[in-house]
Design a protein around this ligand. Structure first.
Ligand code: FAD
Ligand code: NAD
Length: 480
């Protein structure tokens, strides 16, 4: 082993949480190293974590390609546009996605260089005294000591014991982003974010998609009316979502191109079976903390393997912090970004902070689903008095002109103070619109503030304006 190298900050993991922490620490003048074990499809180190390699960015690239294809068959005709024999070249589509991934993973390497973050490519293990031993890809080992260590190890897919990933027929997100052809029949276990997004990709390209969800409610974390409206649209698109479906068996039968997965599940009607060509298992993710900690570090993992931290992402061990998917809170890239920045700032003596009440959620299906803040159910359960106003995109000129009238915006405000407590949206472009809700909540604004802010016409954002006016039953473009 080479001599120990010392840093102000050593970050384990170069995903969204880790690379934000590393770059911000370096910007603040701290001598920073960042270790990452991941390799890209070309076998070379690829920074950026799950998000850039096999998560947010590649899934959005495929969602966009498949949306263009779907619109050709389902929207173009209304505009008077016709064409003959639309075809999808899956290899070209996946190649485009890979190019985007490479551009962004390479971008992180360039940002590290520009900010003087020292990268180490290999697997890091934390030892007592803030020492991180790194097994590098070439077999060599280096030892780094950080005045501070930030753990940003991220998460991995949860595997079901009866449906082990084989990278071909039974896959997680990694495999489902790289199918070489459109599966005729795709089964998905889990109607969560990945199941809906990647199920949509392959449905739009022509697969028969059946999603088996164990819970009886669809998208239980979302506003109930939003979930209902989205379910209606998914049904129209032909996504078959079976709720209350508990899968007990997944057997791969056949060989080569004739491989099939035979699924057995039970629902309210009793035992059912389903045969598919590919199976995507998307039942959640767990912290990637296996082999991360030596026995003597004092850093604690909870029962789910998450690193235990306080509200400032501190582990309780002097100079050891943890951020992103490997700690409590939503497993979202932007939550990791904010935690990474906050910890770097805290280390530098600045007041770093993350406001968990205003973290937006977005599901990039068609229609998109987005929300920030509390749902009506949460407010009812906690006994907070509230008022709500909704406005449909079907009454928004821009949405109708785009041929995208599905969905609505709901603004929820406190019944007495009028302060905005939540915004729930389903429809076209709501991944961008939700930030009006985030801003209003961050600035402690009211529904009346939103209603009195001039929104350009004709835009989709007018739905927010009208929903805010509807909170006090004064929306102009609908009966209140
Ligand atoms: P990760 O991104 O998982 O990065 C951790 C990194 O650390 C990895 O590169 C890993 O190799 C490395 N590592 C782990 N342990 C070690 C070790 N001991 N030594 C060295 N390196 C190590 N979120 C959104 O907000 N929006 C989306 O649209 C979205 N889409 C998604 C789509 C899919 C298909 C998936 C799977 C996830 C998606 N997510 C999305 C979630 C998002 O990707 C994660 O929340 C985010 O990547 C977490 O960031 P992180 O830095 O905590 O961990
Ligand atoms: P998820 O938690 O969103 O959904 C998992 C679903 O699987 C749940 O509905 C759950 O009830 C169901 N489930 C669990 N066990 C099951 C079983 N045995 N049989 C049938 N259903 C079962 O998890 P995910 O879709 O795997 O995504 C993981 C995480 O990645 C998400 O929680 C999210 O934080 C992140 N992500 C975010 C985005 C985004 O922000 N747009 C996109 C993809 C992933």
């Amino acid at each position: 082993m080479s001599e120990q190298q010392t840093f102000d900050v050593v970050v384990i993991g170069a995903g969204p949480a880790g690379y934000h922490a590393a770059i911000r620490a370096a910007q603040l003048g701290l001598k920073t190293a960042c270790i990452d074990a991941a390799l890209g499809k070309d076998g070379k180190p690829a920074l950026g974590g799950t998000c850039l390699r096999v998560g947010c960015i590649p899934s959005k690239a495929l969602l966009d390609s498949s949306r263009q294809f779907w619109n050709m068959g389902h929207l173009f005709g209304d505009h008077g546009i016709s064409f003959k024999d639309a075809k999808i070249d899956v290899e070209a589509m996946v190649g485009r996605k890979d190019k985007i991934v490479k551009q962004f993973t390479g971008g992180i390497a360039m940002l590290f260089k520009a900010n003087k973050v020292t990268p180490f490519h290999g697997f890091g293990t934390l030892h007592k005294g803030n020492v991180v031993k790194v097994k590098q890809h070439d077999g060599s080992e280096v030892e780094l000591k950080g005045t501070n260590v930030i753990i940003a190890a991220g998460s991995d897919s949860i595997e079901l014991p009866f449906a082990k990933f084989d990278g071909d027929t039974i896959v997680d997100n990694v495999g489902a982003l790289d199918f070489t052809e459109v599966p005729k029949r795709l089964g998905v276990i889990g109607a969560g974010v990945i199941g809906l997004e990647l199920g949509s990709v392959w449905k739009r390209l022509g697969a028969e998609v059946t999603i088996l969800e164990a819970l009886p409610d669809f998208l239980a974390a979302a506003d109930a009316e939003v979930a209902k409206a989205a379910a209606r649209e998914f049904k129209k698109q032909g996504l078959d979502i079976q709720l209350g479906a508990k899968v007990s068996k997944a057997e791969v039968k056949g060989k080569g191109k004739k491989k099939e997965v035979h699924l057995t599940y039970t629902d309210a009607k009793g035992e059912q079976s389903l045969v598919v060509d590919k199976l995507l298992v998307a039942v959640g993710r767990r912290a990637a903390t296996k082999n991360l900690l030596a026995d003597d570090t004092g850093v604690k993992l909870d029962a789910r393997g998450l690193v235990e931290v306080d509200e400032h992402c501190h582990t309780g061990v002097d100079g050891v912090w943890a951020v992103g998917d490997c700690v409590r809170g939503p497993m979202l890239a932007h939550k990791g970004f904010e935690e990474g920045i906050a910890v770097a700032e805290l280390i530098a003596g600045l007041p770093g902070h993350v406001n968990f009440d205003t973290i937006p959620w977005v599901i990039y299906t068609e229609p998109e689903i987005a929300w920030v803040g509390k749902t009506e159910k949460q407010l009812k359960d906690e006994g907070t008095p509230y008022k709500a106003g909704s406005f449909p995109f079907a009454a928004i000129g821009r949405a109708v002109a785009m041929g995208e009238p599905a969905g609505f915006v709901k603004v929820i405000a406190h019944a007495e103070t009028d302060r905005v407590l939540g915004m729930h949206l389903v429809g076209v472009g709501v991944s961008e619109l939700v930030h009006e809700g985030v801003l209003t909540m961050e600035f402690k604004g009211s529904a009346d503030d939103l209603a009195r802010i001039c929104h350009a016409h004709p835009t989709l954002s007018e739905a927010i304006h009208d929903a805010a006016m509807a909170v006090d039953k004064r929306a102009i473009h609908k009966a209140n």
